[in-house]
Design a protein around this ligand. Sequence first.
Ligand code: HSE
Length: 374
Amino acid sequence: MSEKLVGFVGYRGMVGSVLMDRMQQESDFAGIDPVFLSTSQAGAVGPVIEGQETVLADAYDLDQLQRLDTIVTCQGSDYTQRVHDSLRQGGWNGYWIDAASELRMQDSSILLLDPINRSQIDQALDSGIKDLIGANCTVSTMLMGLGGLFKNDVVEWAQPDTYQAVSGAGAVYVKELLQQMQTLGQATTEMLDDPAASLADIDKKASQTLTSSDFPINNFGYPIAGNILPWIDSEVTAGQSREEWKAEVETNKLLGLSALQAIAVDGTCVRVGSLRSHAQAVTIKLKQDIPLEQIEQMISSAHEWVKFVPNNREATLSQLTPVAVSGTLDIAVGRVRKLSLGPEYLTAFVVGDQLLWGAAEPLRRALKIIVERG
Ligand code: HSE
């Protein structure tokens, strides 16, 4: 039995449950002594791990937390705000592995995406960094897809325009999309079954349903079924959303680039009605004209999870979509071609499961790295 006492907070949410599944699949619990903590149900029965029943501890009990070697939290930034600093001020020197954004841009933290920045992670651990934070899911999936170009230092700037799945916003948003789809379906079923109904009438009925005051929009505030929402999260600076702001700052921090080396990364982040897996169309200005075969080689050889999709209709529609990628560790990269803007202008389309590589997987792997370091 290892001496690694590892606390898990927020293990039942969307990211947390994907993390639990992956840890079970990879037998990661064999290398640690897990403790499950809850912000609301201390004392209740926790998950069964390797045949052992567990009881939930209180996630706000600082004395309890002080005993842990490592804390892995998928609970969100409010929990991090409430607990992290008090714990550190109380002398706790364990590893804090966090999916939330709260600590991402602190100098005392490192961002996790080891297939892309393992050397930065190792350096940070060697230098005593103990706050290990998962990056934003669109940034992580973009870098998992195109990290080979960044690492070969051929990117002058990048413009990711995103198509983000509703599960990125949380479980209630998934339910609301499905409720909206159901409402639209119910409103039009009769007309769809009636061969005499005109398309104009069906369209009118669907449009009326989308804008009716009964349409279920409690969480989104707007229809997402039959619609797109080109704003995610709060406003940071004039006209730029927080999701858009994260692209540049987190990409550069994750790659370990200084202010002088920083690469401009900015685009428009859009919520769409896909269920799971974030997609993005990334326009890249290359530092010089590089042949497409070399580009493909750089992208594909970055790590084993890149799935390079040939730029044709059949391969694209069958392999380069959220439906094709969801639930897998594949990062699909396709539609790679030079734009008519000039030979240095490249476009690529990246699709990755934002709950796996975008959130749970880098955390799971960070825990493993720490356990293996001893
Ligand atoms: N902010 C992301 C989204 C979630 O809303 O899709 C993962 O960082």
